[in-house]
Design a protein around this ligand. Sequence first.
Ligand code: 13P
Length: 252
Amino acid sequence: MARRPFIAGNWKMNLGPAAAGELASSLKSALMDETGVDILVAPTALAIPSVVDKLRHTGLLVGAQDLHPANNGAYTSQVSGPMFREAGCTHVLVGHSERRSLFGDDDEVVNEKVQASFSSGLLPILCVGETLSQREAGQAESVVAAQLHAGLAGLAPDQVVSTTIAYEPVWAIGTGVTASPDQAQEMHAFIRSVLASTYPSFVAAQTRIQYGGSVKPSNAAELLAQPDIDGALVGGAALTVESFVAIVRAGS
Ligand code: 13P
């Protein structure tokens, strides 16, 4: 079964409810008839209701950028999976490198969050990726394999298939430096080989793997043409309608 392309925009801590709603309206007009690709935007939590409202009755999906592993309780400032689900989200990013490096999300917490996504009816987008020093030390594959094994621990094969893996080399995020199509393809093929050696064969064949890190209209088509790159997780270029639409079209 062919893997359907999946293009996601991570708006990070940009665009409040008004600006996010405006971008969502523009994306709706531009992308409503785009049927060959799954499209998702992940606004800041506060802007989710306004974006869900604008994208109602379109195929465009809304995701959260993180979740707390518990359903509710005394966790000041946090938002849980069931709350995002109730607000209209279908997906949630888990283990983004900014969560790992700035907020201390380790592999154990990342796995708790992946499990919490499924138990609240959200599909996780599990982000993995090595730092520049890890790559230079020849550890890129071992780091990514460890993040994968830990992040997916305890999941049934059909849950792994429903998980999207986002390979985001930390050195390519927000830096303007993109992994070359060959570098990205090489790691995506490695990720698929890790899935193949861990799960029944349909899992590696069907699980979607997005590339993230300075994806822009000028490099999207070449990245997305690689056989193991099934989509993109876009940061900066997801914040304007022209560039995000161009990336979506490159993937469709
Ligand atoms: P940039 O596209 O801005 O490099 O960000 C990538 C990213 O972190 C998406 O989650």
